[in-house]
Ligand binder design. Structure first.
Ligand code: OXD
Ligand code: MN
Length: 598
């Protein structure tokens, strides 16, 4: 009788025939396998042991210095029709793409072991989860996938039951940046990645499957695959409200997901529960609400800036069984990065004697990989096969001016416009210039596997008569004053902003209506115990109609780039806000803010 694994076996044989590895190893995900791989990576120098007393089970990996981030220009969406990939993606015709990358794969695993990794994105028993198989010649990828996904025998059993999986083929190749491609074939549910060992390019379950391929699948199946953290906020009454938040890479998703409430809040009984820090799959439940799972089982977080002050939960989860990539080390062989503490490292991320003249000791995009369950704030609900009900969706970016600390969209359609109009300063998570403002709708610019015009239409389509959709908010923790300093303390104090959202959700507070949305009233945010500079809160909640007119015009121009794929409803919404702004700035003598009922 044919087995549902026949297709998988045939594909593995085909890949082995092309890549010609010395050995094929099917990963079972066991402890024994992990020990064997670690031992061989310690021998090859792929891993270095860190201080076993302070960091038992922790290892350091130093990547090729030219392979330290995602590379967007060689990340391709290969749909039959270029318009289906959209202007938001780099595109290549599928047969040309296959031919190009298959030539690179020819014989590339000679002398190496080919690992076959069956994995499940999401809890093994969840109907929302999806499986994949990654083939790779990198044991470092196997070790990371073991942390980041449910990998091994149980995933293979689910694949055998379902007969359905995403095919991911990866080789580090020669690590030559000129011979590097990360190709996605959403219509074939497959991925081919060559020439990089970096997380987002090589751990194919993460960005490639759980965002680019999954977003494409989600569109046809009626769900959403998003670049969002998922966090549960428990109030002193013991009620937990779940929030999903989309920020671009390296803009604090991990910190917000693991936030420690400020002192007074802790005393009152507030708690924070981490469900996910990077990716969220959401699907409408029978009750009309959106239910979310975190498809990942670990965190692949940015190390620099992580400290006992900014993210104590992260520091605590990193003192055992973690992989560090491209961090520095101290004289005691502890992992170290800028912002961690005031020690001086002895070796930088490239293994050179530390010399500040060479730049930062840890690479700005250095990372840690760790099991989600090691986080002190880990929520057991992350294993709930039904997911958690989402009450608020939060969009946010890094904007040093213009954008207030927080505002609420007036309804779903307006919220979709707020997400579509998102912009943020670029970070070190992707190769290229850092600090340039670019449009990054829903923080999905590098990850949306299809035309953004269709993606906006898909978002709008959730607004059905029986839907009980989350409220949508926008935040900006990064606003600066005239002295160039951040106006808002951020981190734990961000709970004050989340508390305002909860009050809005529960109808417990009013708000000030403006054309861009609803802002907290002057006394809306709890600022007890906060030591803000004089006038900081006013600036943080300031709304300037004239500057926003320019922003809306820029958003309109950006959306025009999607031509006739742009849903009419979104264009109409942009025009509605533009008209309201015109009216508000025409009335500059009168206040642009007017009080709204709660
Ligand atoms: C990530 C990213 O690694 O967004 O999460 O780059
Ligand atoms: Mn991310």
């Amino acid at each position: 009788m044919p087995s549902k694994l026949d297709a998988l076996n045939r594909w593995v044989e085909d890949v082995a025939r092309r890549t010609r590895p010395d050995r094929v190893h099917w990963c079972d995900g066991s402890e024994a396998e992990s020990k064997m791989l670690t031992r061989s990576m310690l021998e090859s120098g792929d891993l270095l042991e860190l201080n076993p007393r302070t960091h038992p089970g922790c290892h350091l990996h130093r990547s090729d210095p030219k392979d330290v981030a995602r590379v967007e220009k060689v990340t391709l969406i290969c749909t039959k029709d270029e318009a289906d990939a959209g202007p938001n993606n780099h595109w290549m015709e599928p047969s040309e793409a296959h031919a190009k990358i298959d030539a690179l794969f020819d014989g590339c695993m000679q002398g190496r072991t080919m690992y076959v990794i069956p994995y499940c994105m999401g809890p093994l028993g969840s109907p929302i989860s999806r499986c994949g198989v990654e083939i790779t010649d990198s044991p470092y990828v196997v070790a990371n996938m073991r942390i980041m996904t449910r990998m091994g025998t149980a995933a293979l059993e689910r694949i055998e039951r379902e007969g359905r999986f995403v095919k991911g083929q990866h080789s580090i190749g020669t690590l030559d940046p000129e011979r590097r491609f990360i190709m996605h074939f959403p219509e074939e549910l497959s991925i081919k990645s060559y020439g990089s060992g970096y997380g987002g390019n090589a751990l194919l379950g993460k960005k490639c499957h759980a965002l680019r391929i999954a977003s494409f699948q989600a569109r046809s199946e009626g769900w959403l695959a998003e670049h969002m953290l998922i966090v549960g906020i428990e109030n002193p009454r013991g009620e937990i409200t779940y929030i999903a938040a989309a920020f671009p890479s390296a803009c604090g998703k991990t910190n917000l997901a693991m936030l420690i409430p400020p002192e007074g809040y802790r005393r009152d009984g507030w708690k924070v529960w981490t469900v996910g820090d990077d990716i969220c799959w959401m699907t409408p439940g029978k009750d009309g609400r959106l239910y979310a799972i975190n498809p990942e089982a670990g965190y692949f977080g940015v190390a620099p800036g992580t400290s006992m002050k900014t993210n104590p939960n992260a520091v605590k989860m990193l003192d055992h069984d973690a992989i560090f990539t491209n961090v520095a080390v101290t004289a005691d062989n502890d992992p170290w990065w800028e912002g961690l503490d005031d020690r001086t490292p002895v070796k930088d991320w490239q293994g050179r004697d530390y010399d500040p003249k060479n730049g930062p000791a840890a690479h700005p995009n250095s990372r840690f990989t760790v099991r989600a369950t090691q986080c002190p704030s880990w929520s057991p609900e992350a294993e709930n096969p039904e997911g958690v009900p989402i009450s608020a969706i939060v969009f946010g970016g890094r904007r040093e001016s213009l954008v207030p600390l927080v505002f609420e969209a007036r309804d779903w359609t307006h919220g979709v416009l707020v997400g579509a109009g998102m912009a943020s300063e670029t970070t070190a998570a992707a190769a290229g210039q850092v600090g340039v403002v670019r449009r990054d709708p829903m923080a999905m610019k590098p990850f949306c596997g299809y035309n953004y015009g269709d993606y906006f239409a898909h978002w709008l389509s959730f607004d059905q008569p029986n839907a009980k959709l989350p409220k949508i908010f926008h935040v900006n923790w990064f606003r600066k004053g005239a002295d160039g300093k951040f106006l808002w303390p951020g981190f734990g104090d961000n709970l004050r902003v989340l508390e305002w959202m909860l009050k809005r959700i529960n109808g417990e507070t009013g708000a000030t209506e403006t054309p861009i949305g609803l802002l907290p009233d002057a006394d809306g945010l709890d600022s007890d115990g906060l030591h803000l500079a004089d006038g900081a809160l006013d600036t943080l909640l300031d709304f300037d109609a004239r500057s926003w007119q320019a922003e809306l015009a820029a958003i309109g121009e950006y959306l025009d780039g999607y031509g006739d794929r742009l849903p009419e409803k979104l264009r109409a919404e942009q025009q509605r806000v533009t008209a309201a702004l015109q009216q508000a700035s025409g009335e500059s003598a009168a206040p642009a803010r007017k009080a709204a009922a709660s």
